[in-house]
Ligand binder design. Structure first.
Ligand code: ACO
Length: 409
């Protein structure tokens, strides 16, 4: 039952000779709190006109104190699953791209996996700064195309406001919070994520970094809480160059030219960088999705948020060839070529109720597991190998959904 709606749309029959990775669901989570340029004027020596002219940003969103990179990611993921009309039990793989993880470890992806109750999914994070979503999309689509998994959840989620230096006018005007998610699903129907290119140059690592988190040596003193640092001019020069080269490279791989592109979704870092990319590619600005004026730079979340808005507003339509292109700290940069197939259709109310129930059960199951683990530690001592095998067998049989719930293979 799980994939009925999407199967009708793109004839999903994963398992054939040729497999394609289609984006079948998308979701965004935008924090409610708006932080305007005028408010930032009260914090550092800057002004609204300078910020608008040099960056294109008018306002950005800041996460509520109760929210984290995990909670934003969970809400974006739930909306994406709802669009895809899939259950958490359908997910085989969760990849989270983030520059502001909740912890060094556990991975933000694992915490999201637990909240969703995606009990069959492997989950891990990708750390490639603002290029992270494209890198994660590359990994997930390759897994699907290779036949390793059928359904993958790719999330970009950030609370950058927590690692921004709010006394540094060069960076605090740019960064913001938000999350976006894609559900990818296997299909025999040509299209979906066609090519992804990824590049890195660690020699430019110090140009944009948040060097906190670990001690400099094993016996050194803990690292000070060092916030995001950036050489804006150098990053700007690098960005304008690689936005063009990455787009051209991904098009070359598909034997396409810029005239074949319907829509470009660039990483929303600076309007002037996007305009320079448009000039470099000799494309009109109306081919570019731009929402930086409202959201600022949300790093890994910026591309999925922009895609979701473009699909919802009809700027991205079935059969459109779209290029996602981004760059970030690392240095990293990359691009993805997608032949878009699926439009938004409302999920059935009944299935929505099932999903809501699943999320409640997931919370209870997570709590129970913690309680059992605690009791086991207090009462049981070290488990024997027989007990471990029995426990693993029980876990596998309890987490397997019925065959009816699995996507067609
Ligand atoms: N308000 C007013 N004046 C400012 C501000 C500000 N917020 N910030 C800098 N200035 C001043 C500078 O001090 C400088 O003054 P000076 O000439 O007296 O020295 C002047 O404005 C020009 O400074 P530049 O750094 O040359 O300004 P620029 O036009 O390059 O804009 C900016 C700065 C917006 C940071 C730009 O360089 C940029 O966008 N760079 C790319 C940043 C980026 O994309 N980062 C994200 C990467 S993605 C990721 O991985 C997270």
């Amino acid at each position: 039952m799980a994939t009925t709606t999407r199967k009708k749309q793109i004839g999903l029959k994963p398992g054939g000779d040729r497999r394609y990775a289609h984006v079948v669901g998308w979701g965004v989570e935008i924090p409610e709190r708006v932080l305007t340029n005028h408010e930032i004027e009260m914090m550092v020596d800057t002004n609204d006109q300078w910020i608008r002219e040099r960056t294109g940003i008018a306002e950005r969103r800041i996460a509520d104190d109760r929210d984290t990179t995990v909670t934003l990611g969970v809400r974006a993921a739930r909306k994406a699953l709802s669009h895809a009309d899939l259950n958490p039990s359908d997910i085989d793989l969760i990849i989270v791209a983030t520059s502001s993880p909740a912890y060094l470890f556990p991975a933000t992806a694992c915490l999201i996996q637990d909240r969703l109750g995606a009990t069959d999914a492997g989950a891990f994070d990708v750390l490639a700064a603002c290029s992270g979503f494209i890198f994660a999309l590359g990994l997930a689509s390759a897994q699907i195309r290779a036949g390793m998994v059928n359904t993958a959840l790719v999330i970009g989620t950030e609370t950058l406001s927590r690692i921004v230096d709010w006394t540094d006018r060069g960076t605090c005007i740019l960064f913001a919070d938000g999350a976006g998610a894609f559900v990818l699903h296997a299909s025999e129907v040509p299209g979906g994520v066609q090519h992804v290119v990824m590049h890195s140059d660690g020699s430019g690592g110090e140009l944009l970094c948040a060097p906190s988190g670990v001690r400099p040596t094993w016996n050194g003193t803990p690292a000070p809480d060092v916030l995001t640092q950036m050489n804006g001019r150098e990053v700007f020069r690098f960005a304008t160059r690689v936005m063009v080269s990455a787009t051209e490279e991904v098009l070359d791989k598909a034997n396409l030219t810029t005239s074949d592109i319907d829509v470009v979704v660039p990483h929303q870092a600076n309007l002037r960088i996007i305009q320079a990319a448009a000039r470099g590619l000799d494309l009109p600005m109306d081919k570019f999705i731009v929402n930086i004026d409202r959201y600022g730079n949300t790093s890994t979340a910026s591309i999925p948020i922009a895609v979701a808005e473009a699909v919802e507003s009809g700027r991205i339509r079935p059969n459109d060839k779209i290029v996602l292109v981004g760059f970030g700290g690392g240095l990293t940069w990359g691009a993805a070529l997608i032949e878009w197939q699926v439009m938004a259709t409302p999920a059935s109310a009944a299935r929505e109720v099932v999903r809501e129930g699943w999320y409640i059960v997931a919370r209870i199951r997570s709590l129970m597991r913690r309680v059992f683990r605690f009791l086991e530690a207090v009462l049981g001592g070290s488990p024997t190998s027989e007990a471990l095998r029995a426990e693993e067998k029980a876990r596998r049989s309890s987490s397997k959904p019925s065959n009816n719930d699995k996507p067609e293979r």
